[in-house]
Design a protein around this ligand. Structure first.
Ligand code: NDP
Length: 249
């Protein structure tokens, strides 16, 4: 439980990557300013987080199950927090989807929106009433540079992040008078399982029905140049965690 003066921070998608690092960085804060509720949809995956959190686990960091695609799971998770009181919500959970739309079913596309867009909306709807009532709070959303610029064969992922950008810009204006901040973080490439999986997907990718010039551009120009950019400029999850901490301070 949070002690007085500590901010309660709830983070989604803490089983790996950026979410895990944000949870650990905040939980290990020297001044113990945060009580972190680290969430993940399958708590059997907690070992990496528990190990990285070390002594903070069970003290400034507690774990809760949460699937952002389930109304019930979201409600249960927020109800488990004392007085449903969350000072900072960090919407980090997200999934990618790569490929020409000819090879992707609408069901798969909906899954991306269900996680990256409605997952965030669900969380915000649950925590916002208390933040407005207390006239204090901060909602952070992990968008992407792809929330600002379209990228070939990343149509659906890009669209889900664009949608989130529009939603949050609009919401931020409405929440200003309640002293509730809304912030977007827009990382470029980050070395996580997300990126590894994307590269594996590229290797297996098929292009039925896609235009030959676009496929050639994607394989011969886009992938080699993004691999170079990744190697030269790719950030670590720790970099993004530090940036997130700056945003909420
Ligand atoms: P990871 O794949 O390492 O982490 C994604 C996290 O989201 C995992 O913990 C995953 O859990 C969780 N998640 C997925 N679906 C759900 C769900 N329905 N409910 C709850 N949790 C879920 O990737 P990253 O750390 O890289 O990604 C984190 C965020 O950063 C994402 O929003 C991504 O779009 C964004 N981002 C990443 C970039 C990159 O290059 N890596 C660049 C820009 C933005 P599980 O283990 O259960 O699958």
């Amino acid at each position: 439980m949070a002690s007085s003066g500590q901010k309660v921070v709830l983070i989604t998608g803490c089983s790996s990557g950026i979410g895990l690092q944000i949870a650990v960085l905040l939980a290990k804060d020297e001044k113990k300013r945060y009580h972190v509720i680290a969430t993940m949809r399958d708590v059997k995956k907690k070992d990496k987080l528990v190990e990285a959190a070390g002594d903070a686990y069970g003290k400034t960091l507690t774990l809760q199950p949460l699937d952002v695609c389930s109304d019930n799971s979201v409600r249960q998770c927020i109800n488990s927090v004392k007085d449903r009181h969350i000072d900072i919500l960090i919407n980090n959970a997200g999934i990618g989807l790569l490929g020409p739309i000819e090879s992707i079913s609408v069901e798969e596309m909906k899954r991306v929106f269900e996680t990256n867009f409605f997952g965030v909306v669900r969380m915000i709807k649950e925590v916002m009433p208390d933040m407005k009532k207390r006239r204090s709070g901060h909602i952070v959303v992990m968008s992407s540079v792809m929330g600002l610029q379209g990228v070939v064969f990343n149509d659906v992922y890009t669209a889900s992040k664009f949608a989130m950008e529009g939603f949050c810009e609009s919401l931020a204006v409405q929440l200003l008078k309640f002293n509730v901040n809304v912030s977007m973080i827009e990382p470029g490439p980050v070395h996580t399982e997300f990126e590894t999986k994307m590269m594996e997907d590229v290797a297996k990718m098929e292009y039925p029905g896609a235009d030959a010039d676009t496929v050639r551009y994607f394989k011969d120009v886009y992938i080699p140049s993004s691999t170079d950019i990744f190697e030269a400029m790719g950030q670590t999850p720790e970099d993004i965690a530090k940036c997130t901490q700056k945003v909420i301070e």
